[in-house]
Design a protein around this ligand. Structure first.
Ligand SMILES: *Cc1c(COP(=O)(O)O)cnc(C)c1O
Length: 323
């Protein structure tokens, strides 16, 4: 395993896998999936791309410690803890909610990777970005490089933009639609600038009533453009679809679990329900209902997050029992 940060800043090869099905054949669509779940063994999915420039910046500014935030199943904290261990940063994870009696599989991994955990109440978590709240953490842990929740800052957007632009490394690439799940929308913002108008980008919201998302993505795109001083950068059509949250974040339904089980059996590709399962369900439904037109070339992003499945097993089994 390399401990050099250069392996973080290098661009990995993206694995694209063709998804064939009767549905795709009937609608004459070509569907490929980008396997970000395979990008790294432990620093999984889109979180890898959001972290790379953040950690490079931390290193450049001589920070030894990196702090960030997340829930007790957080893919972001998991990726950060693993990256910290590999690249030689101390990591601090500020976790939403009181310390549980039994640690989730994710929390156990965070400890294993050597992350310091700080549990704060849900109320305090809501105020986490207030200066007072950050000063208190600095008093407790010393100075640190702060990465916001989900790694969703400008440096995160930059990494995602680079990832998406790799899709056009092959000159013959033609994509009509790029589809990916969104939570904070930073990955979507990166996808929009990375695509640079070469395709339409659709974000599938994993949260209910996520009206903030559009503004989030817009402001990330415009600050990205300002930071690159290329205001003339081409921005293509993009849109967030709110019809596939299945009741809200981390909520699932029998038909989603049924779809995911069938998908994994058909393709051999493991998926997690919070983002990837919902996004794939959406893609097939958009094809079925003609919202993505016949003949389209579609690329859907598997944003990873498989470690989080461990926290969803029981809930998924309950849904299967209801089928
Ligand atoms: C965090 C995460 C997302 C959401 O990314 P945002 O940039 O916050 O929109 C999507 N998929 C998976 C698997 C994730 O872990």
């Amino acid at each position: 395993m390399s401990h050099h940060l250069s392996s973080l800043t290098q661009s990995p090869t993206l694995i694209l896998q063709k998804l064939e099905s009767d549905l795709c054949a009937r609608h004459d669509v070509q569907l490929d999936i980008v396997r970000l779940d395979l990008v790294d063994e432990t620093i999984s999915g889109n979180k890898w791309f959001k972290l790379k420039h953040n950690l490079s910046a931390a290193r450049e500014l001589n920070y030894k410690r990196v702090l960030s935030y997340g829930g007790c199943h957080s893919n972001h904290l998991h990726a950060l803890a693993a990256a910290g261990k590999r690249f030689g940063f101390e990591t601090i994870g500020v976790v939403r909610g009181d310390e549980p009696l039994t640690y989730s599989a994710t929390l156990q991994d965070l400890l294993k990777y050597g992350m310091d955990l700080k549990f704060i109440s849900r109320e305090r978590y809501r105020d986490k970005n207030a200066q007072g709240s950050i000063s208190a953490l600095e008093k407790e842990f010393g100075e640190f490089f702060l990465i916001p929740e989900g790694g969703s800052n400008l440096l995160g957007v930059k990494g995602c933009a680079e990832m998406v632009s790799l899709l056009w490394d092959q000159p013959a690439t033609k994509i009509d639609y790029l589809v990916l799940g969104c939570g904070t929308g930073a990955t979507l913002a990166g996808a929009v600038v990375g695509a640079g108008g070469r395709c339409k980008v659709l974000g599938i919201s994993a949260l209910k009533g996520a009206d903030y998302l559009n503004d989030n993505v817009l402001s990330l795109i415009s600050s990205f453009n300002r930071s690159q001083s290329c205001a003339g950068l081409s921005i293509g059509e993009w849109r967030i679809i709110h019809d596939y949250h299945f009741g809200g974040f981390a909520k699932i339904k029998p038909e989603l679990v049924q779809f995911m089980d069938a998908f994994s059996i058909d393709t051999g590709i493991p998926v997690e329900p919070l983002y990837v399962g919902k996004t794939l369900f959406a893609v097939y439904d958009l094809i079925k209902t003609g919202q993505i037109p016949n003949g389209a070339r579609i690329v859907v992003v598997h944003t990873g997050g498989l470690q989080g499945v461990r926290g969803m097993r029981l809930q998924m089994q309950k849904q299967r029992d209801r089928i």
